[in-house]
Design a protein around this ligand. Structure first.
Ligand SMILES: Nc1ncnc2c1ncn2[C@@H]1O[C@H](COP(=O)(O)OP(=O)(O)OP(=O)(O)O)[C@@H](O)[C@H]1O
Ligand SMILES: [Mg+2]
Length: 512
């Protein structure tokens, strides 16, 4: 269906189209121009109204309507008042695939709507189905967008949008999709307890898949779940350093305690010994005041009952079951999706739990690569998913010192470990981290500073999509990635409906 004709433009910038009077063209529409023996895929980035009449005359007509309710008859209205749209060239399709545009269609070239079959190039790719292609407001239900999950994961994914726009929904859909891909694993740090599912919340448990493991401090409420309990004997000084913001002397005191008491260091420090005994054991190499403040900080985080020696998460008792970290390592090794419920603990404790798990997994991968490359090749691609990313990757956090999440952002891809970071405010992340997150899933972002941060760090040029990003509704996304041909507008599946349609078939169209 012809919707317009080209009336100008430049190859490096946008082309200008006069729009046919009866066609609805929205920002975000993908249109096709066939010319010069190639097919231009173009995307509408702005629309405006125009007229052949002088301004004064237009103002006069408007005035007559307003002041006297008079409708001046304009001769050939359709010809004299019309719409123009600006469109950017996404790519040029030639016989053997897509290329960047180095030419521009001629004057008066026909512009028409793209149809589903024109997205067949997305075909036949093993991937995770995340939604349907979206052209402006229109959703092409029969064009199922699949993302090449494994490539995406190790090059990191950033999911950003204002609150309520559908970040967690996307993440749930993506993680659910991983269940049908071999040799991937994910650890999901879940501060709102929304991934596994509970009463009135749909979640991954609804798919009854054996690959899903759920660790929660309250396993009694969730059949099939396991207890999230960390024994002090399995924790090391390195787990606490950045969480408790240890000063230099406090940090040295922890190291010394670990050397003196081995894996009993926390129990000895917090329960068994008083300050002067600790001072003696450390051969007075640490000041009493340092020991006292360190004890206070550690106690605050571990928050256990001195009588039972247990808290919600931490126990100072002797461990009688498998080490939680080993359990998680095994799960990752076996390609499980491991959801960790941190909804009942403070931010501080969540960071301790997440940091200590993620650090061990990163070392597992990096050391295996060094020591046993063959085994490394068989390890699954690992995705660490976490919400509210600025808490660990924020500029203000990283200014005070780096951490394991920033390290994975920089180095993870060498070791098959990737981040899926979720945030409402990408502008709080440093530019360097933003640029490391190669795939960006952008849902509606009304705040200009957040849009600028995302746009400036995207793998593809999305400067012109700023208005679209500002206006996107719940579940509408724009995805940029080095692994896709051009920024893809998508309507993300609604997770709750995926459960309902668990058995519905896909068209199996994927991204090449
Ligand atoms: N793809 C979608 N299709 C239909 N509805 C959606 C979609 N995504 C989200 N929604 C609706 O929006 C609501 C909020 O989504 P979600 O919880 O994922 O937002 P969020 O961005 O994670 O919000 P928050 O910032 O509060 O964490 C959902 O409960 C659902 O009703
Ligand atoms: Mg959310």
């Amino acid at each position: 269906m012809v919707v317009g004709r080209v009336i100008g433009g430049s190859a490096g910038d946008k082309i200008i189209i006069r729009v046919k009077s009866n066609s609805d063209i929205d920002i975000g529409d993908i249109l096709i121009v066939e010319n010069n023996g190639v097919k231009y895929y173009i995307k509408v980035v702005n629309t405006l109204i125009n007229s052949l009449l002088p301004n004064q005359f237009i103002e006069d007509i408007a005035g007559q309507k307003l002041e006297h309710d008079m409708d001046l008859k304009v001769f050939d209205k359709k010809d004299r008042f019309y719409r123009i749209c600006q469109a950017k060239i996404l790519k040029v399709m030639k016989e053997d695939g897509f290329y960047p545009a180095r030419s521009i269609p001629h004057y008066f070239s026909e512009v028409r709507r793209a149809n589903s079959s024109e997205f067949k190039f997305l075909n036949n790719r093993e991937g995770v189905s995340i939604g349907s292609l979206r052209l402006g407001m229109q959703v092409l239900k029969n064009v199922n967008v699949k993302l090449p999950a494994k490539e995406l994961i190790s090059h990191h994914v950033l999911v950003s949008a204002a609150t309520g726009k559908g970040k967690s929904n996307f993440a749930k859909v993506f993680v659910k999709g991983l269940l049908s891909i071999d040799n991937v694993s994910s650890v999901v740090i879940d501060p709102h307890n929304e991934y596994y599912g509970a009463k009135n919340i749909k979640g991954l448990r609804d798919f009854r898949n054996k690959r899903v493991i759920y660790l929660t401090p309250k396993p009694g409420n969730y059949p099939g779940s396991e207890k999230l309990m960390i024994y002090a004997e399995d924790l090391m000084p390195g787990d606490f350093r950045e969480v408790i913001r240890a000063s230099g002397p406090q940090s040295q005191a922890m190291d010394l305690a670990y050397r003196v008491y081995k894996n009993q260091w926390l129990k000895q420090l917090l329960v068994e010994k008083n300050i002067s005994e600790v001072e003696q054991d450390m051969k007075s190499r640490v000041q009493r005041i340092t020991i006292a403040s360190l004890k206070r900080k550690l106690n605050h985080v571990m928050n256990f009952n001195p009588k039972t020696l247990e808290g919600l998460i931490f126990s100072l008792k002797k461990r009688s079951e498998t080490n939680l970290f080993d359990k998680i390592k095994r799960g990752v090794h076996d390609g499980k999706i491991i959801i960790i419920d941190t909804s009942l603990v403070s931010n501080l404790v969540e960071r301790l739990i997440a940091g200590s798990i993620v650090r061990r997994l990163f070392y597992l991968y990096s050391q295996t690569k060094q020591l046993n490359p063959e085994k490394f090749r068989s390890l699954p691609e690992l995705m660490i998913l976490f919400e509210e990313a600025p808490r660990v990757l924020g500029k203000n956090v990283l200014e005070k010192g780096s951490n394991i999440f920033a390290r994975i952002a920089r180095e993870g891809r060498k070791f098959k470990v990737g981040l899926c970071a979720i945030t409402q405010m990408p502008s709080l992340l440093p530019q360097e981290i933003l640029s490391q997150m190669n795939t960006k899933v952008i849902l509606g972002l009304p705040s200009p500073s957040d849009r600028v941060a995302i746009i400036n760090s995207s793998a593809q040029d999305i400067n012109d999509e700023s208005i679209e990003i500002q206006m996107m509704d719940q579940g509408e996304a724009l995805i940029t990635s080095p692994f896709i041909n051009f920024p893809l507008p998508v309507k993300i599946h609604f997770f709750d409906e995926l459960i309902k349609n668990n058995k519905s078939s896909d068209l199996n169209i994927g991204i090449s």
